[in-house]
Design a protein around this ligand. Sequence first.
Ligand code: PBG
Ligand code: ZN
Length: 325
Amino acid sequence: MFQRFRRTRLNKHLRSLVRETTVSVDDFIYPLFIRSGESIKTEVSSMPGVFQMSIDEILKECDELKKLGIYSIILFGIPDVKDSIGSDALCENGIIASSIRAIKDRHPDMFVVTDLCFCEYTDHGHCGIIDEVNETVNNDATLEISGQQAVIHAKAGADMIAPSGMMDGIIETLRSSLDGAGYENLPIMSYSTKFASGYYGPFRDVAESTPSFGDRASYQMDPANRREAINESVSDELQGADILMVKPALAYLDIVRDVKDNTSLPLAVYNVSGEYAMLKFAGMNDLIDYERVVMETMIAFKRAGADIIISYHAKEVAKMLQKKN
Ligand code: PBG
Ligand code: ZN
């Protein structure tokens, strides 16, 4: 008599009918790391399955992604030369601008998102221009060059800009720079709630962006703060962001739900490098059923309220979904 829940679980088709959350290949953005040169495809030791690639290899990778049904990518550039202000990021022939042009030329159907920050381009590894006195990033000086960087991405053909540096006022600044240059229709996905996290460790290996002194705690958020986490995202919505984000994802699913409940904008999660590495190495050591745990994790992001998942697992998930169908 009191078996109502059990009854809906007995049959696999009925389980599908009543399932509340689904994961689709359309939910994903796949990160790519690009450096200059030719025929370069170097696996990152801390992230098996993730590579630094030269542009020619990236173009081949896009073919493979499309076969899997993945059309959205986010680009990270690793320049040959780094300096104090990250000049490569401000140059029309820099690694990112060149990559965007090459990708859009060969794959106009790909949706190209660019990570907008300076930590991969500066010799000190911080996310902007340094204020020598406070030994951290000078917020307003960084805003000025961020506007230039956004226009460079836009001119090269980017489909969406994703500022990740957590500078105060960045969305307003980028919106007005883009509008001023005639890119009123270019969307901005803000890394709106980004925590100062140990989970970025492997990314800093692959992007070669570990700060040479200090840390990012003056501009990234304290993991202990929930109200501030909501406010950071709401503030970016008010400044004109089109999509919000919580990053990292897995240890912050409560925040994902909080932000979702406080905005009507689409919400992304960034399933970061350390989260990927944990599952990858556990799987490689047969400690977990890797595919099952990956899928369970993706479902958890969606259930918490994410509309978009940025993940190094995207290709694996696409393959799993293909197998299922
Ligand atoms: C750059 C940036 C970082 C990530 C995305 N953009 C690193 C950082 O803030 O140190 C992290 C991504 C990951 O760990 O996978 N600001
Ligand atoms: Zn940065």
